[in-house]
Design a protein around this ligand. Sequence first.
Ligand SMILES: [Zn+2]
Length: 85
Amino acid sequence: MIKEGGALVAVAICCNRSSVSGQLQDLPLVSLTEIPFTKWPEEDCDACVRQVAMNTTVGHGKAWLEEHLDPKLWPAYVKHVLHSA
Ligand SMILES: [Zn+2]
């Protein structure tokens, strides 16, 4: 676009999941969609308490599983199952 003489006037975010706002390289950020995600501490993750299989093909699941090899030692499982037994 710039090669053809166009000018950048803004940066668009397709899906803003964390209410990011402001500027990027002096250009205003424009969110086309905002979908806030609920977040919680890892020691309170209900999926970990229930030992739900983690998706390792998107996000940080693979790296997280590499750090937490034994599902019985996942922080939420330890807190809510082992310590409450
Ligand atoms: Zn979890």
